[in-house]
Design a protein around this ligand. Structure first.
Ligand code: HEM
Length: 509
């Protein structure tokens, strides 16, 4: 059905579509990964598709990732691609509503707050919030803690709640945690309702949800600025040594200027939005896989017992330093992020004609493709992560592939994960536990790569590791209906409903 249209030979091949403006929006929107794999079969690693009037050139494989994520900011711009989506939600003067050079400094400020000392403080808080959640949330209190009955919870809904509870208790600060009431939830939902693929595709529509978004942004900005002012005036009796506002207070731009209250408030909103869906999607996919795989679940529980078990059947609180000694806990998260990276499409806008390296794709031996200024380019972490040329049994959730020396890695030094093509060439590739490169050419990029790479990765591992360990210590899980499908209609890839997990309390809990 799809044909390459005869075009300027320097343009990458264009995916055939019936409807001029709509283009491939439906196929891409419903299942982008399947769409990319199919297009790759037909057109190779580089092709252009039409997305509601925009030309989007996809570049796949390590070299495609490198061209897009490793590209210079004056050639491929993230702010030009994202600002109309993010600025109405985060607010002015931060992230993509400022020069790239300013964003780089703002990322450094945030990194300063995401330090080991703070992570040490967060571990106990997250464990505490998770235990409280399991003893107060109606889905969990429905089953009496002493009975061995099975109850159920909606994995995505519960994990969304737990993510905001734990993020606000730690990063966002005690004032935010204490004000997580209906008003906050409403504002958050209105903001979130303006952070959707529709908002990306149609930046301004006369719809009520757009007006609600703008109102919520103003209210949320005021909410954070109030906290900042109150702290400055010595108000509040909260402990906030380890939160992000405390870290931002100590930062100055290279020219010596301190952050304004508005910038601090908007960075806090950006962090709230950046971490919320990504982390809650990841924890729900991780729990779903654990519930679906009893052997891994048992091994994970045993890992906890071995490290933290107390004689009476209780558990010692997990410390930050323990995380590195829990390879299976790390591997279940790592493997889940391979199969379900929350962001499937990383976009940039082309600011100057962009020649495609011949080694990636070319119209002929002597020619080169050029992606014209004004196009978008798209890298997909999901495609390389599910590529059978890179991973053995890519559709199988196998955390042990990240644990060299484990049973499923038998006979293969670098674990079950291997770069087959490289191995065939006789090159030694060690993609083993903790060894996958963070570079722009890596086949594993759930956190992106290059100058726009995620700075929340370590926090995410602290948050996810504590939540999952605390739940596994207390509960047995099972998944009678099997793994849910992916919902690609939201900003991040979440499990489609129904995505209920059945649980019962462990007899020792
Ligand atoms: C950027 C994924 C959690 C803050 C990114 C990017 C990805 C990503 C793929 C690159 C976007 C691009 O290149 O277009 C994830 C995943 C997470 C996660 C999978 C959790 C499982 C967080 C958290 C925070 C955060 C918890 C904040 C505390 C950021 C920031 C950027 C970013 C500030 C930089 C944007 C830029 O430079 O353009 N994230 N993220 N992320 N993320 Fe995360």
């Amino acid at each position: 059905r799809q044909l390459v249209l005869p075009k300027d030979p320097n343009l990458p091949p264009e995916v055939f579509h019936f409807y001029p403006i709509i283009g491939s929006a439906i196929s891409y929107g419903n299942d982008p990964i399947n769409f990319f794999f199919k297009c790759r079969e037909q057109y190779g690693e580089v092709f252009t598709f039409v997305l509601l009037g925009r030309k989007v050139t996809v570049a796949l494989g390590p070299k495609g990732n490198d061209m897009i994520l490793g590209g210079k900011p004056n050639v491929v711009s993230a702010e030009a691609a994202y600002t109309h989506l993010t600025t109405p939600v985060f607010g002015k003067h931060v992230v993509y509503d400022c020069p790239n050079e300013t964003l780089m400094q703002q990322k450094k400020f945030v990194k300063f707050g995401l330090n080991t000392d703070n992570f040490r403080a967060y571990m106990g808080m997250i464990e505490d919030e998770t235990s409280m959640f399991m003893s107060t949330d109606p889905n969990f209190t429905a089953i009496h803690s002493k009975t061995r009955e099975w109850g159920r919870f909606n994995s995505f809904k519960s994990m969304s709640e737990l993510t905001i509870l734990t993020a606000s208790r730690t990063l966002q600060g005690a004032e935010v945690r204490s004000k997580l009431d209906k008003t906050f939830a409403q504002r958050y939902n209105d903001l979130d309702g303006g952070f959707t693929p529709l908002n990306f595709l149609f930046p301004s529509l006369p719809l009520p949800s757009y007006r609600r978004r703008d109102k919520a942004q103003r209210a949320m900005s005021e909410f954070y600025q109030d906290i900042i002012r109150s702290r400055r005036n010595g108000g509040g009796d909260h402990e906030h040594e380890h939160d992000m506002l405390a870290a931002l207070d100590q930062q100055t731009y290279r020219d010596g200027r301190a952050l304004t209250d508005v910038e601090k408030a908007h960075i806090m909103i950006a962090l709230l939005m950046a971490g919320q869906h990504t982390s809650s999607a990841t924890s729900s996919w991780t729990l779903l896989h654990i519930a679906n795989n009893q052997a891994v679940q048992q091994a994970l529980y045993e890992e906890q017992v071995k490290h933290f078990g107390l004689p009476g059947g209780g558990f010692k609180t997990m410390e930050y330093e323990d995380l590195k000694d829990l390879p299976l806990l790390d591997a279940v998260i790592r493997e889940t992020l391979r199969m379900h990276p929350p962001l499937h499409s990383l976009m940039r806008k082309v600011m100057q004609d962009l020649p495609v390296p011949q080694s990636l794709a070319a119209p002929s031996e002597s020619g080169s493709y050029v992606i014209p200024k004004g196009y978008y380019v798209l890298a997909s972490p999901s495609v390389a992560a599910m590529d059978p040329n890179v991973w053995r049994n890519p559709t199988e959730w196998d955390p042990y592939r990240w644990m060299p020396g484990s049973a499923s890695a038998a006979g293969n030094l670098s674990g079950a994960l291997m770069a087959r093509s490289d191995e065939e060439k006789g090159e030694k590739v060690d993609y083993g536990f903790g060894m996958v490169s963070k570079g722009t050419e890596s086949p594993y990029q759930p956190f992106g790569a290059g100058r726009h790479r995620c700075i929340g990765e370590n926090f995410a591992y602290v948050q996810l590791g504590s939540i999952i360990a605390t739940m596994i210590r207390a509960l047995e899980l099972r998944l009678p209906e099997g793994m849910p499908e992916h919902n690609y209609h939201t900003m991040v890839v979440v499990p489609k409903s129904p995505c209920d997990i059945e649980y019962r309390r462990r007899s020792t809990a």
